[in-house]
Design a protein around this ligand. Structure first.
Ligand code: 1HN
Length: 376
């Protein structure tokens, strides 16, 4: 296709043929812990981003029973966290779901709790099913329901549980663990009491900071993450539906809203951003690509996404990933119902390091040629 644009046998690219003399020279350099740049230059300076991750769809109806089985196999006390993690075939050595992002499905029975700990990695949860789940973040307790999005930012004490009168809960965890480990900045501590006291009224974070466009006058905030820890599904969905009445949306994402830090208007955490998007009934998106790694969960509806030429059909609770610089386009297969996609990503990292690039597909009416069909 475009391969001629990326030839390596041109001026400006490394193109040195081996000779016996050069090979001997390279061996001498290796012995001194050095190397000739031209032997690796084209590999370490690709023409454009080359993700090691592959697009993957994790079907909830295939995963759910395995996640539930873990309840009988291990306790949260012994496991620390009872989680089945999403393992991208291209990223197994760093346990990433895509790029430098980790994700997993955590399950808890009524009356169970996972002990309090803190780490330099940032984390989030997106609630999938159940009743009576809660998270406590630095003394702030929050009850959680399906499609709620909750932060456990870097450095905060956090623990989770399900109330005794609740029902088995499953939620998706998202963390920047692979990134933090790549940067060699991972710290981890267990709370000395294994539990933290609840020191604030339940849901005070939502009460104080959760009113759209209103900021409390007398309460300051100087942490690098959002003081609003929980973003509830009800107001999020309502905001998307109302905005859809007021504007067109984009050809790629239809109507997409970023969850924001109400103090800054910026991303919710320094390293992880998140969004919820609504694809109107019958929406057929065009393809674009950008840098950064993206993990989606289908919060509502049915459709498919074409990622790097592969079609993935999804329905509610399925999870899929879009690697950096992979073309992707989303389609809502229903003519009557909208579809909503929750997404978390490393956009704050890409943007703050000036590494965010974006590109629309211009050929073929803005649609990828589908090279393989994902099974429904
Ligand atoms: C973690 O702290 C949680 O708090 C879940 O529930 C998954 C995976 C890796 C590292 C820390 C949690 C995690 C994690």
């Amino acid at each position: 296709m475009k391969h001629d644009n990326y030839r390596e046998d041109i001026a400006g690219r490394a193109d040195v043929a081996d000779t016996p003399e050069l090979v001997a020279y390279y061996q001498q350099l290796t012995a001194l812990n050095t190397g000739a740049l031209w032997t690796v230059a084209n590999k370490i300076e690709p023409w454009q981003p080359k993700s090691a991750s592959v697009p993957v769809l994790w079907r909830y109806r295939e995963l759910r029973e395995h996640v539930l089985r873990s309840v009988a196999l291990v306790t949260p006390e012994k496991a620390g966290r009872r989680v089945i993690y999403l393992n991208n075939p291209g990223r197994q050595e760093v346990a990433a779901a895509v790029g430098w992002l980790y994700s997993g499905l955590q399950v808890m029975h009524p009356g169970e709790a996972a002990s309090a700990h803190a780490h330099s990695a940032s984390a989030l949860r997106f609630i999938m099913e159940g009743r009576g789940a809660y998270t406590i973040v630095d003394g702030h307790k929050m009850p959680l329901e399906a499609n709620d999005f909750v932060l456990t930012p870097n450095g905060t004490w956090h623990e989770h549980g399900v109330e005794a009168d609740g029902a088995t809960c499953i939620w998706q965890d998202g963390l920047d663990i692979p990134l933090v480990n790549a940067l060699e900045a991972g710290f981890y501590k267990v709370h000395p009491d294994l539990r933290q006291p609840v020191t604030a009224p339940v849901d005070d974070s939502v009460a104080l900071w959760g009113a759209a466009a209103l900021r409390p006058h007398h309460v300051g905030w100087d942490k690098p993450y959002s003081p609003l820890f929980k973003y509830q599904w009800g107001p999020t969905y309502e905001a998307l539906c109302r905005a859809a009445q007021a504007c067109e949306g984009t050809p790629y994402d239809d109507l997409l809203m970023h969850y924001t830090n109400p103090v800054t208007g910026g991303h919710v955490m320094p390293t992880i951003g998140a969004s919820m998007q609504r694809l109107r009934p019958g929406f057929v998106g065009k393809a674009h690509r950008h840098t950064g790694s993206f993990i989606y969960q289908v919060a509502k509806g049915e459709g498919y996404s074409v990622i790097d030429g592969q079609r993935f059909d999804w329905r509610e609770r399925d999870i899929f990933c879009v690697p950096s610089w992979a073309f992707h386009e989303h389609v809502n297969l229903s003519q009557h119902d909208d579809a909503c996609l929750f997404c978390f990503n490393d956009l704050p990292v890409m943007q703050s390091l000036s590494l965010y690039y974006e590109d629309a597909l211009l050929e073929n009416g803005g649609h990828q040629v589908i090279l393989s069909e994902g099974k429904a």
